[in-house]
Ligand binder design. Structure first.
Ligand SMILES: [Mg+2]
Length: 239
């Protein structure tokens, strides 16, 4: 591949070791900063996480959050702005479905970061893994309600409307006059499937191995090392 103009990456499990944010994340930032390659994080995490990342990692110009629900960026004054991709009608449908799930399954908890979410909601995946029957019922309910869902390594996210990591990323590329072949994308989970399908240069970090059989298409390249070590491994090969 030609040298990419921008790096796009998932956050959990890709730039973190499972959930742990460690020194390699900052090595990646330094590596890209030295080469003036921008990094756009494309995460299922909440709007408030996006605020955190933009506030504390000044190299990031923007973040796509909530699985493509919104793009956040910081202007030259340091103020954070938000571009949402979900209509008011779909936000209301999402809220209705969330209330119904809470009523039907009072033991199922929304993720701890759901209070900071606006465009999607999340359920802790380990709660669902303990209750496969409930997991199945919730998926059936979401299907029947026309609510979409996808799993990361930590959450089952659900949303109303046509939001996705790839739609928001394509919007970002258009805004910045970039083409699909000018980016490389890193991911680790089922919620990266759309990105693997939409862009030509995609990388799965080694921990993606357990779901490789379910991915169609699989990422073009799989690293030997997991998580951020895998990202660093591939960046060293590309640049
Ligand atoms: Mg992930």
């Amino acid at each position: 591949m030609q040298s990419p103009k921008i790096v796009l990456s998932d956050f959990d499990g890709t730039l973190t070791d499972h959930t742990e944010l460690g020194p390699v994340f900052f090595e990646i930032i330094d590596f890209l900063k030295k080469r003036k390659i921008p990094l756009l994080i494309v995460t299922g995490r909440s709007l408030s996480w996006g605020h955190f990342l933009l506030t504390h990692v000044s190299y990031l110009k923007g973040v796509i959050v909530e699985g493509g629900g919104a793009y956040l960026w910081r202007d030259s004054n340091g103020d954070i702005h938000e571009h949402g991709f979900v209509s008011a009608k779909d936000l209301a449908r999402l809220e209705d479905a969330t209330i119904e799930i809470k009523e039907r399954y009072p033991k199922i908890r929304l993720s701890a970061d759901s209070f900071g979410r606006k465009y999607d909601r999340a359920i802790e995946l380990h709660d669902l893994e303990k209750k496969p029957k409930t997991h199945q019922e919730i998926e059936s309910f979401l299907h029947a309600s026309g609510i979409h869902f996808s799993c990361s390594n930590v959450h089952m996210n659900f949303w109303a409307g046509d939001i996705s990591k790839q739609n928001a990323s394509q919007w970002f590329l258009d805004q910045n006059k970039l083409t699909k072949d000018q980016l490389v994308y890193f991911g680790d989970s089922m919620n990266d499937q759309g990105m693997f399908a939409s862009f030509p240069y995609t990388v799965g970090v080694a921990n993606i191995a357990s779901i490789l059989g379910k991915l169609n298409p699989a990422p073009v390249h799989i690293t030997k090392a997991p998580g951020p070590h895998g990202v660093m491994e591939r960046l060293n090969q590309i640049f």
